[in-house]
Design a protein around this ligand. Structure first.
Ligand code: MN
Length: 231
């Protein structure tokens, strides 16, 4: 087959313990999935999960032990970090039951749902899509994917992010409002999940701004650390 323009490259993420890489199909993100973060954003209570997407090529894949770099994005004056557990789907499906969700998971990674908060806020106020705040270029840094069998007890893993060595967010995956299995159940009623999909599961409280020159170190216990510098 030939193409009229050069086809885009396959976006991929390194995998712990192999030179083979995980190809990315879609990036789904869960909104307000930790109670204390929902509160800091002005909401309370357990609402049905809701989702937004980022384009696959928003990924900034960072190798283990390396420091990734993201440019300070255009149009914003309030760039926020959101540390998140990321689930990598290995086997697709629709209407997946929570009890079967583990069969669809290839592995897990540490991710950052970088957010142009001022633009997202303006879109919220106007009832418009969040894309410009959430789905911009380089908005999805991610560390290597750890295969599920090697990942330990991710449902009870501590996660944190430090900026320039100071704690910003620190919580535990056990505090997810909709846990990993429930998230997959809900998500797969709305979209047919495909191998290569990533799910950013949501962020705990403590989201805050970074500026040029800041270094973010994020981690989910058992999945290593993700280091990203803002250029
Ligand atoms: Mn998020």
């Amino acid at each position: 087959m030939s193409f009229v323009i050069t086809p885009p490259a396959t976006v991929s993420v390194p995998v712990v313990g192999t030179k083979e890489r995980f190809p990315v199909h879609r990036i789904y993100c869960v909104g307000r999935n930790y109670e204390e973060h929902a509160k800091e954003m002005g909401f309370t209570g357990r609402e049905p999960p809701f989702f937004f997407l980022k384009p696959a090529d928003a990924i900034v894949a960072v190798d283990a032990g390396s420091t990734g770099t993201i440019p300070y994005p255009s149009l914003t004056k309030n760039l926020h970090h959101e540390i998140e557990l990321v689930v990598a789907i290995g086997t697709g499906g629709k209407n997946i039951k929570a009890a079967d969700a583990h069969k669809h998971i290839y592995g897990y990674a540490v991710g950052l749902d970088m957010t142009r908060r001022d633009l997202q806020g303006e879109m919220k106020k106007q009832g418009r899509p969040w894309c410009i705040g959430k789905a911009y270029d380089h908005s999805a840094p991610i560390g290597p994917i750890t295969p599920a069998a090697q990942a330990g007890d991710v449902n009870n893993a501590e996660l944190y992010i430090q900026v320039n060595g100071t704690d910003r967010q620190r919580s535990n995956v056990s505090k997810l409002i909709w846990n990993i299995a429930e998230t997959i159940e809900h998500l797969s009623t709305a979209w047919e999940l495909q191998p290569g999909d990533l799910i950013y599961t949501g962020t705990p409280e403590g989201v805050a701004a970074v500026v040029s020159g800041d270094t973010m170190v994020g981690s989910v216990a058992g999945l290593g650390t993700l280091t990203v510098k803002v250029a």
